[in-house]
Design a protein around this ligand. Structure first.
Ligand SMILES: Cc1cc2nc3c(=O)[nH]c(=O)nc-3n(C[C@H](O)[C@H](O)[C@H](O)COP(=O)(O)OP(=O)(O)OC[C@H]3O[C@@H](n4cnc5c(N)ncnc54)[C@H](O)[C@@H]3O)c2cc1C
Length: 307
């Protein structure tokens, strides 16, 4: 029987592990399909406090894990495929093996949706991004492209005009899903050009390990052309990693965990941390902050129950 199991080894899970380990709760961290979380697929991180010269994403993850292990956290490879949260102890099926725990911290993140282009994954962190807040500042006076037709795409495009010399917003349909106010704001921005009814066939150039351009196709006319860009921002949404908890815990219509304040879920003893609940900020530091909150909640819960 574990005092606490933490699902996920991203910023939220690692921070929860540091705090619960230092509280002597001997947490078990389930690493999941993406060891180190989303930061493991990026290169330079410049906005996490404490690193004046920045730090590479995987390095930051490794530091956090080592810090948690120093205080007794245990990390295991595996994925939670099923959960029984109907009674205590909570039960988790980790790749076929059931584990019991008194408290649970769900820090399983939300994965960015990608377009599925041949070169896209290879260029993440080298010009391909899913986060303007994180990477916009790398594109001062450069040309960037944003893909998407919702509010997030409009917000990212507007934000990027603070740095970029020009932003092209590409959307596959004629109509936009974005709210009128966000669309109008983007349309009124002189630095943004709209390309609708257009899809991206691929992004280049893996030979140079950097984004240099894209191949575009108009879905109505069939016209194909190439355009030079330095940055390629995919803003077509995120998928919260909550499949294993469906029907067990309150999720919203997109699958994000519904918070009951702080790090609490609708189930006593089950806490959330990071992007799995947060559709607004999605940053390393906010995820880490919520990891800390979840750990303190778990510790107080156990204390009150006499553990
Ligand atoms: C390319 C890129 C660049 C970014 N750059 C920055 C930046 O510069 N600055 C910044 O602040 N933020 C940046 N972000 C955002 C930041 O990475 C996220 O906000 C942060 O990682 C969220 O942390 P998290 O722990 O909530 O989730 P994640 O990092 O997504 O971690 C989720 C963890 O849960 C695990 N998991 C998922 N499902 C299961 C399961 N069923 N069982 C077990 N484990 C599971 C995964 O393996 C993973 O370890 C970037 C994101 C991306 C994609």
């Amino acid at each position: 029987m574990r005092n606490v199991i933490i699902i996920g080894s991203g910023c939220a899970g690692n921070t929860a592990a540091i705090y619960t380990a230092r509280a002597n709760l001997k947490p078990l961290v389930i690493i999941g399909h993406e060891p180190g979380g989303q930061l493991s697929i990026t290169t330079e991180v410049e906005d996490v406090p404490g690193f004046p010269m920045g730090i590479d994403g995987p390095g930051l993850d490794e530091n956090m894990e080592k810090q948690a292990e120093r205080f007794g956290a245990e990390y295991v490879y595996g994925t939670v495929v099923e959960a029984d949260l109907s009674k205590r102890p909570f039960r988790l099926n980790i790749d076929g093996e059931w584990h019991d725990t008194r408290t649970l911290i769900i820090a399983s993140g939300a994965s960015a949706r990608w377009l599925g282009l041949a070169n896209e994954q290879k260029l993440i962190g080298h010009g391909v991004s899913s986060c303007a807040t994180c990477d916009g500042a790398f594109y001062r006076e450069r040309k960037v492209m944003v893909i998407g037709g919702g509010d997030t795409a409009m917000e990212e495009a507007n934000f990027l005009t603070r740095f970029a010399s020009h932003v092209t917003l590409v959307h596959r349909r004629e109509q936009f899903r974005a709210s009128k106010i966000m669309l109008d704001r983007a349309r009124a921005n002189p630095k943004i050009t709209f390309l609708h009814s257009t899809v991206v066939d691929d992004v280049y150039d893996i030979g140079q390990n950097s984004v240099t351009g894209v191949r575009l196709r108009n879905v109505e006319t069939g016209r194909v052309w190439e355009q030079e860009v330095d940055g390629f921002f995919v803003a077509i949404g995120h998928i919260p990693n909550t499949k294993a908890f469906k029907g067990q815990i309150d999720l919203d219509h997109d699958g994000y965990i519904v918070t009951r304040g702080g790090a609490r879920t609708n189930i006593e003893g089950v806490f959330h941390a990071g992007d799995v609940q947060d559709r607004a900020y999605r940053q390393a530091i906010t995820a880490a902050g919520m990891g800390c909150m979840a750990a303190i909640e778990a510790e107080r819960f156990l204390e009150a129950e006499g553990h």
